[in-house]
Design a protein around this ligand. Structure first.
Ligand SMILES: C[S@@+](CC[C@H](N)C(=O)[O-])C[C@H]1O[C@@H](n2cnc3c(N)ncnc32)[C@H](O)[C@@H]1O
Length: 223
């Protein structure tokens, strides 16, 4: 899509997540810079699907489905209430399917259905996260880990059982560092970010595919 397409869809999405999320909700934590990074990845890798773990109230899911209406979008959440709300909210969109499941049971089978999915890992709640097990499920895809520590004051991150979601976490998960990139706060984005509250760092991982493409992304830097 073009930057104009991203812009046109992004600010049309209701920030339902404001009911519960510390960043006030909105697609991708209301950080349009992340939307631009993802658009670059989807285009340059020619991804054939979008998979999201932890869709909560569907702010990012709706954005994905509307902006990428030519792609299949699949999402899960462990909370039956969240999934009920998402299904109601997204009932008019034919390219999205939401499943009530623990991502650890759902993700592997979903990844296997597509040639090269983009996978947004955002399933966590308070200090608990299935991230390590999720990473072990993915043998092919371009992954984005939300709430990752990029060691920058403006970008927050999560702690799981007291441990930072950071480079050491990935190393312990047997992820090859040469395949990992993080958002670059110095990058020149084509649109301003209007999130004045919490922003989250993110890591992108090329799993089973050429990481050289990610290394050329103007919005990312090596981990
Ligand atoms: C931070 S919210 C996700 C926000 C959402 N991605 C968005 O952009 O609006 C985290 C969600 O992960 C879900 N979750 C936590 N553990 C999970 C698990 N093991 N499997 C699936 N979902 C999980 C929670 O129920 C919660 O709705």
């Amino acid at each position: 899509m073009s930057v104009e397409d991203v812009y046109a869809q992004f600010y049309r999405i209701v920030r339902l997540g404001q009911l519960t999320l510390s960043d006030g909700g909105g697609p991708l934590g209301f950080d349009i810079s992340l939307a631009i990074e993802i658009d670059w990845v989807l285009t340059n890798y020619s991804c054939d699907a979008i998979i999201e773990t932890g869709c909560h109230l569907g702010d990012s899911s709706e954005y994905f489905a509307r902006c990428y209406s030519h792609l299949q979008v699949r999402a899960c959440d462990i909370s039956p209430v969240s999934v009920q709300i998402c299904n109601h909210r997204l009932s008019g969109l034919s390219n999205i399917d939401i499943t009530c499941s623990d991502s650890r049971e759902w993700l592997r089978g979903m990844v296997e259905r597509f040639s090269l999915p983009f996978i947004f890992l955002d399933a966590h709640w308070r200090s608990e996260s299935p991230l390590r097990e999720e990473l072990a499920c993915i043998d092919r895809g371009v992954i984005c880990i939300h709430d990752f520590d990029i060691e920058h004051d403006r970008f927050d991150y999560d702690l799981y059982n007291g441990r930072r979601c950071d480079a050491h976490f990935l190393a312990d998960s047997a992820i090859d560092k040469s395949r990992c990139f993080v958002n670059n706060p110095q990058a020149d984005y084509p649109l301003p970010c209007l999130q004045i509250g919490r922003r989250s760092g993110r890591a992108f991982v090329a799993a089973g595919v050429e990481p050289g493409i990610l290394s050329n992304c103007p919005y990312l830097r090596a981990l």
